[in-house]
Design a protein around this ligand. Structure first.
Ligand code: PLP
Length: 403
């Protein structure tokens, strides 16, 4: 079955959304069912929107089985705004610095931002090692008197993901879950503040979900600008000023899809694990042709980052993938290479297509090499060694025309 280019969008963010949700979003631009107005012209002060925010909050609570003392907020400014709002709120009049773990590009950004006006301490950094692995517990000497500790659960650029919760229980845990939020089951009990913008797994850019425990707000300074004070948003149920109505509506549609179509986060997690395994298998069985960037134990289920033997082959891979209808596979501009982002909206079928393409590309490369060098790699099926380049057995992806 042919897919639209949307279905084969492996972009790192904004990420692909399920096609059924895109259709509903499309419908809402014209007329929200039951309201008769375009979503772009519905008042954020309407009863309909207050109900939409309330339903979204309740869906998030249901999906995560969220402890009751968490507030659920929908703010603007992206994850980047949280990089500064968090220290502004939590480090006020604190004698000791907050602990930060430096595991990749995005935690680096959060450290730079927090360090601008506040006192923080970097507990561990993987920078000198090229962010190829995550720290083990023995390497993390969190201080018991830190006002909070901060880490990124999934480093989107490098493709590193923590498969455990960090830190001692006495210190409030703050976590940037922007690129793996609602991608599988997650126990929020150990956390005090979690933030995740929508545009990786759960919607379009423009809205960021914040889960914050009520107790954390007690020591916040009283002279913060209104918008930067979490309490303003708690008091107004995220309608402090004009919120991104459309983005919030799409996140609502995604949570409905997760609850009703997917069947909850456990199932979503299984599907995401299956997709990741399909691609990591390709890496592991490629004799080093597809070379993963990170330690196997720390592999991300959301972002699969790898290199090919040369830059030139990487460009060819990307060009052929593009001709075959895939998009968004170029690695982050900071590190290059290839990155397949397989967020919630990406289907197993689409990932299977990418895996098939990777097999095809590798065989084709091996045949070229064999032709040049006169030797044939042992793993290459003989039928494919002798087949002409236009063999019907090997789909010619350059002829692929996506609908
Ligand atoms: C993409 C990303 C960000 C950047 O978020 P903005 O919404 O663009 O500010 C921050 N953290 C992580 C983990 C990300 O993946």
């Amino acid at each position: 079955m042919m897919m639209t280019r949307n279905g084969l969008n492996f972009g790192g963010g904004p990420g692909a959304l399920p096609e059924c949700v895109l259709r509903e979003a499309q419908q809402s631009l014209w007329e929200v069912p039951g309201v008769g107005l375009s979503i772009l012209g519905i008042s954020h002060r309407s009863e309909w929107f207050a109900a939409a925010v309330a339903e979204l909050e309740s869906n998030v609570r249901r999906l995560l089985d969220l402890p009751n003392d968490f507030h659920v907020l929908f703010l603007q400014g992206g994850a980047t705004q949280q990089f500064s709002m968090i220290p502004m709120t939590l480090l006020h009049k604190k004698a000791s610095p907050a602990d930060y773990v430096h595991t990749g590009y995005w935690s680096g950004k959060s450290i730079a931002e927090a360090g601008r006006g506040s006192s923080i301490r970097v507990v561990w950094s993987g920078e000198s090692d090229g962010f190829r692995r995550l720290p083990c517990d023995e390497e993390l000497d969190f201080r018991p008197d830190a006002p909070y500790l901060h880490y990124v659960s999934n480093e989107t650029v490098e493709g590193l993901q923590f498969h455990r919760v960090l830190g001692p229980d006495g210190v409030p845990r703050v976590c940037d879950m922007s690129s793996d939020f609602l991608s599988g089951p997650c126990d929020l009990q150990p956390f005090s503040l979690v933030y995740a913008h929508a545009q990786k797994n759960i919607g379009p850019a423009g809205v960021t979900v914040i889960l914050i425990r009520d107790g954390l707000l007690a020591d916040a300074p009283s002279d913060l600008p209104g918008f930067l004070d979490y309490r303003s948003h708690v008091q107004t149920h995220s309608i402090y000023n004009t919120p991104p109505v459309f983005a919030i509506y799409v996140v609502l549609l995604i949570t409905r899809w997760l609850l009703n179509d997917v069947g909850g986060l456990k199932r979503m997690g299984e599907i995401n694990r299956q997709k990741a395994e399909l691609l990591y298998e390709r890496l592991d069985e490629s004799d080093g042709f597809y070379c993963g960037k990170v330690a196997s134990a720390d592999r991300s289920r959301m972002n699969v980052a790898f290199n090919l033997p040369s830059r030139e082959l990487e460009s060819r891979f990307l060009a052929m993938a593009d001709a075959a209808g895939f998009s968004g596979l170029a690695g982050h501009r900071s590190i290059g290479g290839i990155r397949a982002s397989i967020y919630n909206g990406m289907t197993v079928d689409a990932v299977e297509q990418l895996a098939g393409f990777m097999d095809h590309f590798r065989r084709r490369y091996a045949r070229r090499q064999a032709a040049d060098a006169g030797g044939v790699p042992a793993w290459l099926p003989p039928a494919e060694v002798s087949a002409p380049i236009t063999s019907p057995n090997l789909p010619d992806y350059t002829q692929f025309s996506p609908q």
